[in-house]
Ligand binder design. Structure first.
Ligand SMILES: [Zn+2]
Length: 142
């Protein structure tokens, strides 16, 4: 599911502080979601005080389960991605596309990388079924 979280932001024009919902994960196989990313409208917030809108540089996980690939937008090093990746390796295996998703710092490169996966230039890895089962079993043992 596409996931959103609440963030408290400061307007870089008037300094007003306000709350906004940002996407953490976006499901790219849904055309509307893909459009939000490709048209630079995702994680764009508008200050309620002065009306200035800006793109928030916040980590974003783009996944496409139909074409089996995923890409991170990671403008600043985000330790959360390290721990998420470890979790995906456990459940999907080290070659699963969730675990091997490239981490891209630049927004335009991020969109380019998505297009390369869509065109088949880059390939995501399939989840390894036996390690999925191992992950489920080890969870039961706890
Ligand atoms: Zn403002």
């Amino acid at each position: 599911m596409s996931l959103q979280f609440d963030a408290n932001l400061n307007c870089n024009v008037c300094g007003n502080s306000f709350d906004a919902k940002l996407y953490k994960t976006i499901w790219g196989e849904i055309p509307e979601n893909r459009r939000l990313v490709m048209s630079d409208q995702i994680n764009v917030v508008t200050c309620p005080h002065c009306g200035n809108s800006s793109h928030v540089a916040s980590s974003l996980f783009y996944t496409n389960s139909k074409q089996e690939f995923a890409v991170w937008y990671e403008p600043f090093h985000d330790p959360m991605i390290d721990s998420d990746t470890e979790g995906y390796k456990k459940f999907g295996g080290p070659n699963c596309y969730f675990a091997t998703a490239p981490r891209i710092k630049d927004w335009e490169d991020f969109k380019d990388t998505i297009r390369k996966f869509e065109d088949g230039e880059f390939k995501g890895g399939r989840p390894n079924l036996s390690s999925v089962l191992k992950g489920i079993l080890s969870n039961f043992k706890k």
